[in-house]
Design a binder for this molecule. Structure first.
Ligand code: AMP
Length: 193
């Protein structure tokens, strides 16, 4: 199984690159942000609780997202692999994911981290906010809060995978196809091992 953590701050291009990677490698895309927005749209209790945190740019509790991911992995038992997008966002989430995958006799193959500086991220997200309809992309203060959450709680997740020899950094600024090719080179190198 090919299980990829696509990592990077909000606006780094994880969603765009995920779409291309799932097509090329026939993977199941699991985005906790998308899953949470579906819960909100469906008006579930989980969605209602998550919404108030998401509206403030704050992470939702680890057990909520680990529970959602666990259900999705279970539902896709026969998948060729997964792309985890926007997850794990804390070290306990990363530990929870390792435990979960072990129960399914598999593991993370690699973390691919898209590197983009904060000014570029802010501009990209404000632009995306004009068309995405996402309230958390339309307010600069909220965007900065999300980047701050990333820097304090999420960035350490890179060290977690680096400690396992699974971390690869990719420049996230440039042409979409060039960035995609670089991601593919890392994946193909792993596959040929
Ligand atoms: P995203 O679509 O990945 O930018 O996520 C939007 C919002 O959903 C984030 O700002 C968080 O409030 C919440 N969220 C998404 N994924 C996670 C996660 N793995 N852990 C905690 N909160 C999350």
């Amino acid at each position: 199984m090919l299980n990829i953590v696509l990592f990077g701050p909000p606006g780094a291009g994880k969603g765009t690159q995920s779409q291309k990677l799932i097509e090329k490698y026939n993977l199941v895309h699991l985005s906790t942000g998308d899953l949470l927005r579906s819960e909100i749209a469906a008006g579930t209790e989980l969605g209602l609780r998550a919404k108030s945190l998401m509206d403030q740019g704050i992470l939702v509790p680890d057990e909520v997202v680990i529970g959602m991911i666990s259900n999705k992995v279970q539902e896709n038992e026969n998948a060729g692999g997964f792309i985890f997008d926007g997850f794990p966002r804390t070290v306990p989430q990363a530990q929870g994911l390792d435990k979960l995958l072990l129960q399914h006799d598999t593991q993370i193959s690699c973390m691919l981290a898209l590197e983009v500086d904060e000014e570029e991220l802010t501009q990209r997200l404000l632009l995306r906010g004009q068309t995405s309809g996402r309230p958390d992309d339309q307010n600069e203060e909220l965007i900065r809060k999300r980047v701050q959450e990333y820097n304090t709680k999420t960035a350490p997740v890179a060290d977690y995978y680096a400690g396992q020899g699974k971390y690869f950094s990719v420049d996230g600024i440039g042409e979409i196809d060039d960035i995609f090719n670089e991601l593919c080179q890392h994946i193909d190198a792993l596959k040929s091992k």
